[in-house]
Design a protein around this ligand. Structure first.
Ligand code: ATP
Ligand code: MG
Length: 410
């Protein structure tokens, strides 16, 4: 793809985007693809969500969408955003706007027709490119040359742009980790350090989203090291971060062919003991499922060893495959063995070759052995299960009956 043009881009001419552009980009109004899709297309990276900007005011976007049989959903109407669903593909369509005043992240906006002003409101030069239906790329801020140099640079003065929205601190590092090359822009780094006190004002949901994206970016390891030196990780986590464990997590994931998992990586970076998981949960407003995974990662990973295969099976039985992998990988990242260690590799792959059986005894098995319906019944079941696990999950009836007999006697 030649710099500055997407004339040969097939995705731009494909349904359903082309149909939506056809409807919005006519009759006195203009529509363009903006932001990440243009950036990624020029870089040859996979394109995620496609966002559009248009001169048409939101009510006109809604009118045209309805008239064509698309489904408009006013997802951010205060900011001029309508999500238009075309053949079950959602597109965010945002009317051009110009800031009137800015108070932190709450910008007072007026609708406009000025593409340059829209570009100027965006965060980084590489995020401010727009692309017309015919593939012409418009660059008002030097975004194409920064993209070619893979340089993440604030539009305008970094300190001012950060003061408008402190989330841009995190976005600066996130985009560099994803698309940057070489050193971070020094002016940007200085401004992020100077503005780091503003991180506390951010909504925890926004921080969570940016951070989880950062953790799976290809160059996250050196970028997090810089953030740590800059005092930013301490501000975000309120505790210690374990950079070596984080770096190892990427390696062990690759060694077993596991996908990049942001929660696993967050555990490697921020969780040593269960208390760390609780703190991150509160500070980042993690989901319940994320919280539970982190708690499980912090719970005794130091006892996991690849030397004892039977203990591995017992762990897999107790935790289930997902938690088991979380626990084993975090232990592996903190062991002295490297990512090529065959014993750790075998342990991490255990769920692929062994499925935990279901405990074969039920309450009825103890009632018929004379145990009363009382706390003793629960105890007998628990004792029997522990004995069955310790015996490495015997399946034959005689062994299971012997375990039940012993547990029933108390
Ligand atoms: P991703 O692939 O991660 O979604 P993206 O560039 O699409 O990358 P989004 O967070 O989806 O990133 O934002 C879409 C666009 O909106 C950005 O490219 C940028 O132009 C603009 N933008 C988003 N957040 C901000 C912000 N906090 N300040 C200024 N501009 C922003
Ligand atoms: Mg996006």
């Amino acid at each position: 793809m030649s710099a500055g043009s997407l004339r040969d881009a097939a995705w731009l001419r494909e349904e359903p985007l082309a149909r939506l552009m056809g409807v919005l980009d006519r009759d006195g109004e203009e529509a363009r693809v903006v932001g990440g899709a243009v950036r990624n297309a020029l870089l040859g990276e996979p394109i995620g969500d496609v966002d559009l900007a248009t001169t048409a005011p939101p009510d006109e976007v809604i009118r045209r969408a309805k008239a064509t049989g698309f489904k408009p959903v006013p997802t951010g109407i205060d900011h001029g955003t309508v999500t238009v669903v075309v053949d079950s593909h959602p597109f965010e369509v945002t009317t051009l706007r110009q800031d009137v005043e800015t108070f932190g992240r709450h910008a007072k906006v007026a609708f406009g027709r000025d593409w340059k002003a829209d570009a100027g409101r965006r965060d980084f030069t590489m995020n401010a490119l727009s692309c017309s239906a015919d593939g012409t790329v418009h660059d008002y801020v030097g975004g194409i040359s920064d993209l070619e140099a893979r340089r993440v640079r604030f539009i305008g003065r970094a300190d001012q742009r950060i003061a408008e929205d402190y989330l841009r601190i995190l976005r600066f590092f996130r985009f560099h980790a994803a698309y940057g090359r070489g050193e971070l822009d020094p002016e940007g780094v200085r401004a992020c350090i100077a503005g780091r006190g503003g991180l506390d004002q951010l909504s925890r949901e926004r921080v969570r989203m940016e951070l989880l994206k950062l953790l799976i970016a290809p160059h996250a390891v050196p970028v997090l090291a810089t953030m740590s030196e800059a005092g930013l990780l301490l501000s975000l986590f309120g505790g210690v971060s374990h950079l070596a464990s984080f770096a190892n997590m990427g390696k062990v994931e690759a060694a077993i062919g596991a996908p990049n998992d942001p929660v696993q990586r967050l555990g490697a970076l921020g969780v040593w003991v269960v208390e760390d998981a609780e703190r991150l949960w509160r500070r980042l407003r993690l989901t319940n499922a994320e919280h539970e995974r982190l708690v499980s990662m912090g719970d005794g990973w130091w006892r996991v060893s690849p030397a004892d295969e039977q203990a591995g099976r017992a762990l897999l039985y107790r935790l289930g495959p997902e938690r088991f992998l979380d626990r084993v990988l975090i232990a592996w990242t903190r062991s002295p063995s490297g990512d090529r260690d065959p014993a750790w590799h075998d342990l991490a792959m255990l769920p692929a070759r062994w499925v935990a059986p279901v405990f074969p005894l039920k309450a009825a098995d103890f009632l018929k052995r004379g145990v009363e319906k009382s706390p003793a019944l629960g105890k007998a079941l628990r004792d029997a299960e522990a004995a069955w696990i310790a015996a490495d999950f015997p399946a034959d009836d005689i062994a299971v009956a012997a375990i039940a007999d012993a547990a029933a006697k108390g």
